[in-house]
Design a protein around this ligand. Structure first.
Ligand code: G16
Length: 541
């Protein structure tokens, strides 16, 4: 066995964003680029000798190449064992599940999530800690710092490992276990939800479509929905994972999951529709002719959680990211439990879940999850909805409308301006930071709060600043501005708009109509048209 120490020089910009390092495939294909980052991870996470690591990804282009490199580097750095999903496949929540179940020294997940895949598209890599969640900022900062001074990496000289058949093999003295990526995850889901009731609902005629978008959830959804739960064949659409996601954009929203939206439209449409993203951590939920916003989905699931066996004992708390609507806060208040407001990024939920302060978490960016793993979990959210539907036997739209009637509706929309010039985007944010709005009125509404959101983690005391500009009006309506931390080209401006509507007679309005005045204010205050040259958002959700 030969371990080579290879001389290298640092690359600029190996700084993880909202969730890991995401770049174009061609950036990762540069000689030493991936190796440098992997070595920076191994150098930053403590003594790896004799430890076990989990590795897997969403199956996108470059997944297999990267995994072979990571395996050889794990051997070169002294890991005792690496567990790899068959075919190099592991959804992000399944990776979290396996890391926790087998108490490994964390894992490396290869994904650029909802971003497109293929030779000219995106790739990504992140390290998840032994608790199963994305590395917190302290760790990602250490990895970045290490990447700027790295001079060499260690790699075993060995043949590629067969990733396509289950079993144990050896690579330069290190054990490699190729395992079924679905089995442990399916078992965990079975422990949380009433599979008998859901099976009975399907047998009784509940009709569903799940759009896997040619991404990683295909095998999971097929095995669980069509296999264990007996949904008819064909319930899962686009179920075969492809390296380029079939040329699509595996982002489960109203724009990119248009096949599903079409399938759920009209009087003969199925009762329930759902989609997941590239790596299986996001979800979108639809009823017949009805879209459930991610914020409402979290609120409805929280209010109905005790219908599910895994949550029958009640919730300890709810956590949501700051730009997520305040609908979950109302449920928490009614349940007499705390609701935490964190910055955008699932990594901020980890400490709350570990400390037992929160049970359910969610984000407006199509992320919902619980303390069962330390990632958001697309299929978990779909199964929780199915459990609620099986228990309540009402249409999705009726359940959500009844929720609004009880708690009030937080009418909500997000406007994304994608691929804008980075300097213009930074200028726009600086402009917003510099305004003095408290005490003034915008469009006749007094501004009660105007700040750049900062967060102090209640568990470990760590502080995160500059997490989004908030303009909150005296009636509680909000406009929030952030720049995305997950893109790979230019900048994406996200504008989040929200107003509370307690009157059931007014709750059924189209959010774009109900929020029109706030949307106008949001554009004017930030001078979006003048600063970005965009007259309309690229995506509205
Ligand atoms: C990641 C994070 C999420 C975050 C989302 C959007 O999701 O895990 O917590 O909400 O990015 O981030 P941004 O608004 O900065 O683009 P994913 O699904 O891409 O891993």
């Amino acid at each position: 066995m030969t371990i080579r120490t290879v001389a290298t020089t640092p690359f600029e910009g190996q700084k993880p964003g909202t969730s890991g390092l995401r770049k174009k495939v061609r950036a990762f294909q540069q000689p030493h680029y991936l190796e440098n980052f992997v070595q920076a991870i191994f150098d930053s996470i403590g003594d790896v000798a004799g430890k076990t690591l989990v590795v897997g990804g969403d199956g996108r282009y470059y997944n297999r190449v990267a995994i072979q490199t990571i395996l050889k580097m794990a051997a070169g750095n002294g890991f005792a064992k690496v567990m790899v999903g068959r075919g190099g496949i592991l959804s992000t929540p399944a990776a979290s599940c396996v890391i926790r179940k087998y108490r490994t020294f964390g894992g490396i997940i290869l994904s650029a999530s909802h971003n497109p895949g293929g030779p000219s598209e995106d790739f990504g890599i992140k390290y998840n800690i032994p608790a199963g969640g994305p590395a917190p900022e302290g760790v990602t900062e250490a990895i970045h710092a290490r990447s700027t001074i790295l001079r060499e990496y260690r790699i075993a000289e060995a043949a590629d490992v067969d990733l396509d058949s289950l079993g144990n093999r050896s690579l330069a003295g290190m054990a490699v276990e190729v395992f079924d990526p679905v089995a442990d995850y399916a078992e965990l889901m079975r422990s949380l939800f009433d599979f008998d009731a859901i099976r009975a609902a399907f047998a009784g005629g509940l009709r569903m479509k799940f759009d896997a978008m040619h991404a990683v959830t295909g095998p999971y959804a097929t095995a669980i929905l069509e296999g264990l739960l007996g949904a008819p064949a064909g319930t899962v659409m686009n179920g075969v994972p492809l390296e380029d996601f079939g040329g699509g954009h595996p982002d489960p929203n109203l724009v990119h999951a248009h096949d599903l939206v079409e399938a759920l439209t009209g009087p003969d449409a199925p009762d329930f529709g759902a989609a997941s993203d590239g790596d299986g951590d996001r979800n979108m939920v639809l009823g017949r002719d009805f879209y459930v916003t991610p914020s409402d989905s979290l609120a409805v699931l929280a209010a109905n959680a005790t219908l599910c066996p895994g949550y029958a004992g009640g919730l300890k708390g709810i956590a949501r990211s700051m730009p997520t609507s305040q609908a979950p806060d109302r449920v928490a208040e009614a349940l007499g439990i705390p609701c935490y407001e964190t910055p955008t990024g699932w990594k901020f939920f980890g400490t709350l879940l570990d400390a037992g302060l929160a049970t359910l978490c969610g984000e407006e960016s199509f992320g919902t999850g619980s303390d069962h793993v330390r990632e958001k979990d697309g299929l978990w959210a779909v199964l929780m909805w199915l459990n609620v539907l099986a228990a309540r036997r009402e249409p999705v739209a009726d359940i959500v409308r009844a929720h609004w009637a009880r708690f009030g509706r937080n009418v909500y929309s997000r406007h994304d301006y994608e691929g804008i010039d980075s300097a213009a985007a930074n200028g726009l944010m600086e402009h917003l930071r510099g305004l003095k709005l408290v005490g003034t009125s915008l469009g006749g509404s007094p501004v009660a709060l105007h700040d750049d959101f900062a967060y102090t983690d209640p568990v470990d005391g760590s502080v995160s600043t500059r997490q989004g500009i908030r303009i909150v009006f005296s009636d509680g309506s909000r406009i929030v501005y952030r720049l995305s931390g997950t893109g790979t080209e230019g900048a994406t401006l996200r504008v989040y708009i929200e107003r509370f509507e307690p009157d059931p007679a007014k709750q059924d309005l189209d959010p774009q109509v109900a929020l029109a005045d706030l949307i106008g204010i949001a554009r004017e205050v930030a001078a979006i048209v003048a600063r970005t040259g965009r007259t309309e958002p690229s995506v509205i959700t």
